[in-house]
Design a protein around this ligand. Structure first.
Ligand code: ARG
Length: 478
């Protein structure tokens, strides 16, 4: 039986034991509880909620609101709760609206009167967002590590594609029209750099996550001598909040992480779209390993790139998580509003979906077989040399605009059936044999010498540069 079943199997006798029923004559309606509970999703914060409570009781004892014995009794009860949660033996009660209520209720059951002091000077408003910040501090580096794992696959495959004489190259595209040949290593690392920016964005967001809201109370702090800096230190936060109203209602950090995750999802989606194309018969640039492809229930011959398609499709969902949260936030007056409870599901969903996509795509790309012959054939189309021919003329002193027109006219004549481009080039007095050599297979990609460009020399340097950047991203995460 999972924890949700336990929750629902309980009788509703306990329901008047919500945290707030002192002020109410009767118990809550079933519909109210069904609609407002957050336990089904915020139970995921149990570790963080326990950490938050440990720091809070330590803080209360630190300023003399709890005795050392009371503090130790609550801490011991929190240890029991932690053990029960870890072993999945914690029994939720019908009145447990959220994980915070559940933990406090159980602590009080276990240790009695000292437990009833746990919530002193604290509100679920500062408590829930403190837990969520702790969760982000733990989970964001994990998703960043999955990004690194995918980058490692891209780097391995880039090295394997090579920069030497037998390096794999393919057409580079603009407007999905063949443009100029590029090394496969260059293409793969283009995605690698984008993921590097994603890691930097996630880590940057963590700097603003690193502020403890604990002590802000419901919205205004407390008349008790709380020490927010003390609890911030206990929890490993860089510092405590500056403004209690802001502290309980700020979800910028969730929005920032959701944006960073949306950007990851968009990058994954773009790779997904490419691999859908690359694995089609029309392109034939890559063949998926059977373990990372799916079949059709009706069409026996089909081998589909469903991982790539879902990486593309689920980006919409993650962007929806971001959009949903921003829409929730946009009309909220200060300070806490129950709407803010809607912060957790989009965050958890985006984190889950992006994590799954990262692992699935990493496996798919690591195990796929590239088809260099197909890539080369596509990249060796004579017209792919057009820019090199124009630049040949530029080196001889022709203004680029004129060179563009001269070569463009040759391409037009060739397409009109007047002859192979290479023959027209040879016959053109301003071009000739040396220029015609540029049309030969495999020559064009070697002409790209610009630092950061697509040819062998810059890509060799880039591979080393990427490898060392990857070490730095890795270090920044750990
Ligand atoms: N479950 C709630 C949340 O996640 C806790 C805060 C409830 N606070 C309140 N005043 N009703 O936001």
């Amino acid at each position: 039986m999972n924890q949700n079943d336990k929750h629902h199997d309980d009788t509703h006798n306990d329901v008047s034991k919500t945290l707030w029923h002192g002020r109410f004559a009767g118990g809550p309606a079933d519909e109210l509880m069904a609609y407002t509970v957050s336990l089904p999703f915020d139970r995921r914060l149990w570790r963080d909620d326990i950490a938050c409570s440990r720091a809070h009781v330590a803080g209360l004892a630190h300023v003399g609101i709890l005795t050392v014995d009371e503090r130790d009794a609550v801490l011991a009860a929190l240890d029991v709760v932690e053990a029960e949660m870890s072993a999945d033996t914690f029994v939720f009660a019908a009145g447990d609206e959220d994980i915070h209520t559940a933990v406090e209720r159980r602590v009080t059951e276990i240790c009695g009167p000292p437990g009833a002091k746990l919530h002193t000077g604290r509100s679920r408003n500062d408590q829930s967002v403190t837990g969520l910040r702790l969760w982000c501090k733990r989970e964001v580096p994990l998703v960043a590590a999955r990004i690194v794992a995918l980058q490692e696959v891209l780097l391995d495959r880039a090295r394997e594609a090579g920069v030497g004489n037998d390096a794999v190259y393919l057409p580079g595209y603009t407007h999905v029209q063949r443009a100029q040949p590029v090394l496969l290593a260059h293409h793969l690392l283009a995605h690698g750099w984008a993921f590097g920016r994603d890691i930097e964005r996630l880590l940057d967001a963590l700097e603003r996550v690193d502020v403890s809201p604990l002590g802000a109370g419901a919205l205004a702090g407390s008349s008790l001598p709380l020490d927010p800096e003390f609890t911030a230190r206990e929890l490993g936060f860089a510092r405590a909040f500056d403004n209690s109203l802001d502290a309980v209602s700020d979800r910028d950090f969730v929005a920032e992480i959701l944006f960073a995750l949306s950007m990851v999802a968009v990058h994954l989606s773009r790779i997904g779209e490419e691999w859908v194309l690359w694995t089609s018969d029309e392109f034939g640039f890559a063949v998926l390993d059977d373990a990372y492809a799916t079949g059709s229930s009706m069409l026996p011959q089909k081998k589909n790139a469903d991982i790539a398609e879902l990486a593309r499709g689920k980006a919409g969902r993650v962007i929806g998580d971001l959009t949903g949260l921003l829409t929730t936030l946009k009309g909220l007056p200060l300070a806490y509003n129950r709407d803010l409870q809607e912060d957790k599901e989009p965050l958890f969903d985006a984190m889950d979906q992006v994590s799954l996509a990262l692992s699935a795509l990493a496996g798919m790309i690591a195990t796929a077989r590239f088809v260099p012959e197909r890539m080369r054939t596509a990249a060796d189309a004579p017209t792919m040399a057009a820019t090199d021919l124009a630049e040949f003329l530029v080196r001889a002193g022709t203004p680029f605009r004129d060179a563009h027109a001269i070569v463009g006219a040759l391409v037009r004549r060739s397409l009109a059936g007047e002859g192979a481009l290479v023959d027209l080039v040879r016959a053109e007095p301003r071009l000739g044999d040396d220029a015609a050599a540029l049309v030969a297979p495999g020559v064009g990609v070697r002409m790209r010498t610009t630092p950061g460009g697509a040819g062998p020399r810059p890509v060799a340097l880039q591979i080393e540069g990427f490898a060392s950047a990857l070490q730095q991203w890795k270090q920044a995460i750990s």
